[in-house]
Design a protein around this ligand. Sequence first.
Ligand code: GDP
Ligand code: GDP
Length: 441
Amino acid sequence: MSSPAAIVALIGRPNVGKSTLFNRMTRSRKAIVDPTPGVTRDRHYDRVEWKERSFILVDTGGIDERGGDVMAGSIRSQALAAAEEADVILLLLDAKQGLVPADYEVVELLRRVQKKILYVVNKIDGPEQEQELLLPFYELGVEPLWVVSAEHNYGFATLMDGLVEQLPAEAAPLHLPDQTVRVAFLGRPNVGKSSMINRIIGAERMVVSPVSGTTRDSVDTLLSHKDRHYLLIDTAGIRRKGKTTEKLEKFSILKALSALERCDIAVVMLDAEEGLTEQDTKIIGYTQEQGRALILLVNKWDLVADDRKRQQQILEEIGRAVPFVGFAPLLTVSALSGYGFKRLFPVIGAVYRQFTATFPTAALNRLLTDAVAHHSPPIYKNKRLKFYYTTQLSSRPPTFVVMSNSSKGVHFSYQRYLVNRYREGLGLDRVPLRLIFKDKA
Ligand code: GDP
Ligand code: GDP
């Protein structure tokens, strides 16, 4: 899968039921087992699957960090942002509250937007309420009006069917050469993503070919270098005049999410001068939710080149803020001067090898037996925890199943011990690694 995921934005005033609908839409998804500690799910973005289609759903109310008090103002900024970044906008209205002036205003604003928009009247909890509660909304002069009860499911399937019909047609899959390493460059606006990609493209012995028909916003580049192919995914996007950094920042995260869907390795760029921000931490968290390999690039190192203390400070800050990605290689670089840049490709190569590595079951079982012999598993409910066998479930990231007599009894500290033994034993020190504990039937 290499075409970018569609983005659907949910907008609406506070209390119209955005989070209720968000939860209903994302709930259908199969739960993923992710034992990675430190990865917290951000409830404002998630992937939704419905009848063979999937998209990224964003509750824009949730990302407006100023909170929900500035009614009209905040919905206006949600609408504008959604209009920029989303493929489809769901405007949620509240049937119980009825129409309010802000509704007219946002509808007016959306009229001028060249996007697919679904006008959805929520809190119509059953067919008997439809006639009375829906009627006032025809005042808005937009059609059709979709009727839903986010809480009680009424109208939900119809709405979802209507929604997936509005998604952009899926682009034909990209025909990439076999074993192309897909690398996405992520980071806040102005951190230097485009500069870094330009430097790579301009470097010697890189053969660049354009990739046609990729994406609406981001630009992909196919590179060949030393017999390997790389797809570089730039998320910097098109620069629009007059857009403030702040506004860009809030929604650049959407592009990051979309790019994460189709890469092997996420290169997250940080700014040496500004240090690590909350948004950086979030993006790093997303890379792990998606199970991507990760490389951290601390860019603009030229700006702190003479300041040892600051250098130390930044590196410590990163270690503290994202301890759950201790495996990720960290490079200090300068896209401007080229400093450190030569180390990037060897690191990408090493990470990719680990990310895609596969291991025979016999070797894995030896490793498990050894690990258990060196450090006895704890007692759980009066019984010694036993491990029977292990096998590799998948690569990208390397994921292993471990069968035991009681998966619940594998405490965090023993899990960590085993993860570390797997890392050492398999030489997987630079990528995320997942162990899934299961009960033997
Ligand atoms: P948000 O602020 O837009 O995210 O709104 P919430 O999802 O938090 O919902 C606000 C309130 O409306 C909560 O008390 C919900 O229980 C309620 N609510 C949401 N959807 C429905 C619905 O379909 N019917 C009814 N009757 N109440 C709902
Ligand atoms: P993007 O928005 O992440 O793609 O960032 P750009 O590549 O457009 O860079 C934003 C600004 O930072 C530009 O003015 C660049 O010249 C500058 N910049 C990028 N990399 C470096 C660097 O390594 N050092 C310094 N000093 N400036 C940089």
